[in-house]
Design a protein around this ligand. Structure first.
Ligand code: 5RP
Length: 236
């Protein structure tokens, strides 16, 4: 397994590369997570040094804080007619560029913004690649607080193992930016991501799930070469 420092460098390399794909005048979806932060920082550098003019659409409270720190003007999806390019991380990426997202509990807004984008660029280090979605990570579900128990039962009936996500530095559950809760549903491999995405969203009380199917247009994968150099592989 690569060291923390090498993983950080892989994330930084793909984040910077993706930020360089953004053009003057673009409406840009700003992703959430430790990889997306590098992309936002590089966009900030370009705003300062290259007079890059963009409109940022943050996918979370955290992404808007990062955007503000980097002097990137921000708007909501409601303010714009289109998103030219969105850049975001992922927790799993399968060979068809389908994803699991939502470790940061931002998948509801991420799916709105990433789904609006003409180009949705996914940035990951090589540890995120899987043959089958759900083989490592559970599928995060954003759930209305009053519906948590019915949702737990419905996910069990589908053969999943659901767990209410608990906060690390607060008593009780994680609360999303929208004031909802997160249930992590483990399925031990998902054969039909398209079917599972709509099955989950049809359960009353689930506001969105972390399966992103058919949305990514490109994936940038940071990896380490034989000589220990960071390389970027592209899938499209
Ligand atoms: C947040 C997400 C993140 O994009 C995903 O968890 C990847 O994060 P990181 O780049 O920190 O590994 O979906 O909801």
């Amino acid at each position: 397994m690569p060291s923390e420092e090498l993983t950080r460098k892989m994330k930084q390399t793909v984040g910077v590369e993706a930020a360089r794909m953004v053009r003057h005048g673009d409406v840009v979806g700003l992703g959430t997570g430790s990889t997306a932060v590098f992309m936002i920082e590089e966009l900030g550098r370009r705003v300062r040094d290259e007079d890059l003019r963009i409109q940022g659409i943050p996918t979370s409270f955290d992404a808007s804080v990062q955007a503000r720190k980097n002097a990137i003007p921000t708007f909501t999806p409601d303010d714009v007619d289109r998103v030219d390019i969105a850049v975001d991380g992922a927790d799993e990426v399968d060979p068809d560029m389908n994803l699991i997202k939502g470790r940061g509990a931002a998948h509801l807004r991420e799916k709105i913004v990433d789904g609006m984008a003409d180009r949705f660029i996914v940035i990951v280090d090589e540890s995120k690649l899987v043959d089958r979605l759900g083989s490592k990570c559970p599928v995060p579900l954003e759930v209305l607080p009053m519906a948590v128990r019915p949702v737990l039962r419905a996910v069990e009936a589908l053969g999943g193992e659901p767990v209410l996500r608990m906060a690390a530095q607060k008593d009780g559950p994680v609360i999303t930016d929208q004031g909802n809760m997160v249930v992590d549903a483990r399925f031990d491999g998902i054969d039909d991501p398209v079917g599972m995405e709509s099955t989950l969203n049809n359960i009353p009380g689930i506001l969105e799930n972390g399966l992103f199917v058919g949305l990514a247009t490109e994936v940038l994968i940071g990896s380490i070469s034989g000589e220990g150099r960071i390389e970027v592989d592209r899938r499209s």
